[in-house]
Design a protein around this ligand. Structure first.
Ligand code: NAD
Length: 323
């Protein structure tokens, strides 16, 4: 079973519903990826930073060996971490990530953040995270520009190591700058997008540019509860408990998570939720099976509170890129 797809500026098709892999513990990750593929997911959204790419690859391998899918049926996404933004580090780290997955190419390779951090040798720490050392929250920046990094990513496409390129956590200004020199298309923009942070003008602008938008954290605060000591969650109502979302869910005989996902997919915005069990996997994929009314979409837009959770300062880092 293949989910609905969107066409990327690179010419490739990308599934509208994928499976996110952030925070999947290593000991269950291979099983979860395998189960997601078995449940019909074809897009797997990974990242070097998630520290579980080997296990993701193991799940993929098992699904291929059992004949559930072929490699070409899958759309595998990964993200370049900030410590590898200097041009000489981009290809070696991409090759290491491909080796961890056990694949020859990424369907989509994304610049994770528009921030360049000082190189940390993978032999010293991998994945390295934001901070230069593990005993301090201090960040050390690299001089690499976004142009240098993007052009090194374009070379990955030239060499067949990646098929499409994208960016994540970019603002409109950084994207407009990138558009002045990119040689390969900016196929996707992955951003935090949920009813508390709708970023409507940004999403609609990107779509007008032919850049496909992927929403991360479609359930708003839900996934961030898994992170101990994170700021920005106090007093925030969970979207699964929200009156408007539940009234819309009841009207359509669907669940709150399905409404939250459909609010994006119906507007052509891809989603990448992480269901932890068979029921959630099936439920999330089935968001495609109903239609919200226009008034539902607008009522959900009205919940916007410009409330961003995945903001570096919320983790204690002095890097307010969205300020
Ligand atoms: P999530 O999709 O993991 O959802 C949050 C929580 O909802 C999880 O605890 C999950 O167990 C639960 N859940 C999922 N489906 C459910 C259902 N049907 N019913 C009830 N509970 C359900 O949110 P997230 O981790 O914030 O984001 C999803 C993905 O987005 C990540 O795995 C990652 O791939 C990507 N992401 C990217 C960035 C970035 O900087 N580019 C940042 C954050 C997340």
């Amino acid at each position: 079973m293949l989910s609905t797809t969107v066409k990327l500026a690179s010419g490739f098709e990308m599934p509208l519903v994928g499976y996110g892999t952030w925070k999947i513990p290593n000991n269950v990750c291979a099983d979860q990826i395998y189960n997601a593929i078995k449940a019909g997911y074809r897009l797997i959204d990974g990242a070097c930073d998630y520290g579980n790419e080997k296990e993701c690859g193991e799940g993929v391998r098992r699904a291929i060996e059992e004949g559930i899918v072929k490699r070409e049926d899958l759309f595998i996404v990964s993200k370049l971490w900030q410590t590898y933004h200097e041009k000489e580090h981009v290809e070696p780290i991409c090759k290491r990530m491909l080796a961890d997955w056990g694949i020859e190419y990424f369907d989509l390779f994304i610049m994770h953040f528009p921030v360049a951090l000082k190189f940390v040798d993978p032999a010293v720490r991998y994945p390295p995270g934001w901070t230069y050392t593990t005993d301090s929250l201090e960040l050390k920046f690299s001089d690499a520009t976004i142009q240098e990094t993007w052009q090194a990513m374009e070379a990955l496409v030239d060499k067949g190591l990646a098929r499409s390129l994208g960016v994540s956590n970019f603002s409109i200004q950084t994207l407009m700058d990138l558009q002045k020199y990119n040689r390969h298309p900016i196929s996707t923009l992955q951003i935090e997008h949920h009813p508390y942070l709708t970023q409507r003008k940004f999403v609609e602008w990107a779509q007008r540019q032919g850049i496909q938008v992927t929403a991360y954290s479609s359930f708003g605060p839900q996934g961030f509860q898994e992170i101990k000591g994170m700021d920005g969650l106090e007093g925030v109502e969970l979207l699964f408990n929200n009156k408007t979302i539940n009234a819309i869910a009841k009207k359509h005989g669907m669940t709150a998570p399905q409404v939250l996902l459909r609010w994006s997919t119906q507007r052509g915005v891809a989603v990448i939720p992480k269901g932890d069990c068979a029921e959630h996997l099936a439920q999330n994929m089935a968001n495609l099976n109903f239609k919200l009314d226009d008034e539902d979409i607008e009522a959900i837009y009205k919940l916007n509170a410009n409330l961003r959770f995945n903001d570096p300062p919320n983790y204690g880092f002095d890097c307010p890129i969205f300020a």
